[in-house]
Design a protein around this ligand. Sequence first.
Ligand code: GRF
Length: 216
Amino acid sequence: MTGGATLRIGVLASGQGTNLQAIIDGCRRGEIPGEVVVVISNKHEAPALSRARRANIPAILVDHRQFAGLEAFEARLHEILTGYSVDLICLAGWMRILSPTFVGQFEGCMMNIHPSLLPLFGGRGMYGARVHEAALNAGMKVTGCTVHFVDETADGGPIILQATVPVEDGDTPASLAERVTKEEHRLYPRAIKLFSEGKVQFKKRSRELVSIEVSE
Ligand code: GRF
């Protein structure tokens, strides 16, 4: 989708939903020419769902435990996302692996945010405090966050934007997480804006990320 129209965004979130909140706020402030039209969580207790409800956005629980398998679970996700005619799916703290088949159905219009400078400290099992622990253990002097297109690899799709933060003496995984999270909330809306303007595309055929222009 390019220029003019309003981007219809679906957000998949399993946890706190602070990135979801940043996206909702970005849309409402007019920084993102779009609207969050549906929020899906696989966790009934996820604060992300209450954030959506507070913002009058349809908040739908799709509990993976209530499905016979991944295929049936993803079929329900697919049904909801297509039912709301989403142009873009944003994974924001989504904690379920998605199959290559599902990802392939939305390739080029699904993004994720990760709390490190990918390809460092990404992949299966790398989430939450573990990511920041790994950055500290590696003796990194900077770390940050990455927004990338989702492909069939874990955290391996083309990078759209990154932001860095310093690692300071005495940092703990928690203090680092706090610094990185602040940047995430700035980065995700910027990446979505680029997408909405057609300035960033993931071309399926060539599997290349093309046309990045960052002008702010
Ligand atoms: C963020 O750190 C994000 O990078 C990662 O999961 C966390 C989600 O946080 N994928 P929140 O639910 O948006 O607060």
